[in-house]
Design a protein around this ligand. Structure first.
Ligand SMILES: [Zn+2]
Length: 190
């Protein structure tokens, strides 16, 4: 008879539903949290529940927040002249981690009148002077940028997008041709 460990198998299946987690990793995680370090397992379960019940999207910019309005939107010290449009709330965490940006953010949802209206209100409210598009370079994102650009053209605001090029520590033969072309096109003086 086959050894039935339904609860364990359900746990493995749950891990396997996470992005980037295959069967092997799912098994490893399930084994670890249920047997090797059950304290961490309980802690993980608690943190997941806590995060799900307390994290929402900022009603102004769309960032992850525990409150109606996020800490970045209410921070008087942020540079309100610049607004960075990102594709995903996760991207804000990455940019904040880098410490290279002091302005406000706005999360792109989808191409809709509602999104454009919200973005426009945000720009007018903050008296934004420059909008930076921090999208993953692709033909699709270029199309989105063109669309938003067109919708904002009546506003007195500069539109820029993040520079593309050669990532640090990556050799030239490992770079895709579009990035390499852009790296040459947007070269800087040494
Ligand atoms: Zn916000």
């Amino acid at each position: 008879m086959k050894n039935k460990i339904n609860k364990f198998e359900e746990l493995v299946a749950s891990f396997q539903k996470l992005p980037g987690v295959g069967k092997k990793s799912a098994l490893k995680f399930a084994y670890h949290v249920s047997l090797v370090d059950s304290f961490s397992g309980l802690n993980l379960a608690h943190n997941i529940e806590d995060a799900i019940s307390s994290i929402k999207r900022c009603s102004k910019c769309g960032a992850l927040s525990e409150n109606e309005i996020c800490d970045i939107c209410i921070d008087e010290n942020r540079d309100k002249d610049i607004l960075c449009i990102v594709e995903n709330p996760k991207d804000i965490l990455i940019l904040e981690e880098s410490g290279s940006y002091e302005g406000l953010y706005f999360v792109f949802d989808d191409i809709s009148e509602e999104f454009i209206q919200k973005l426009q209100d945000f720009i007018l409210y903050n008296k934004t002077k420059e909008v930076i598009f921090a999208f993953t370079p692709s033909i699709n994102s270029d199309g989105v940028i063109l669309y938003i650009e067109d919708k904002l053209k009546h506003l007195d605001v500069n539109l820029t997008k993040i520079a593309q090029g050669v990532p640090t520590g990556v050799s030239l033969d490992n770079i895709d041709i579009i990035s390499l072309n852009n790296a040459i096109k947007y070269r800087i003086k040494v």
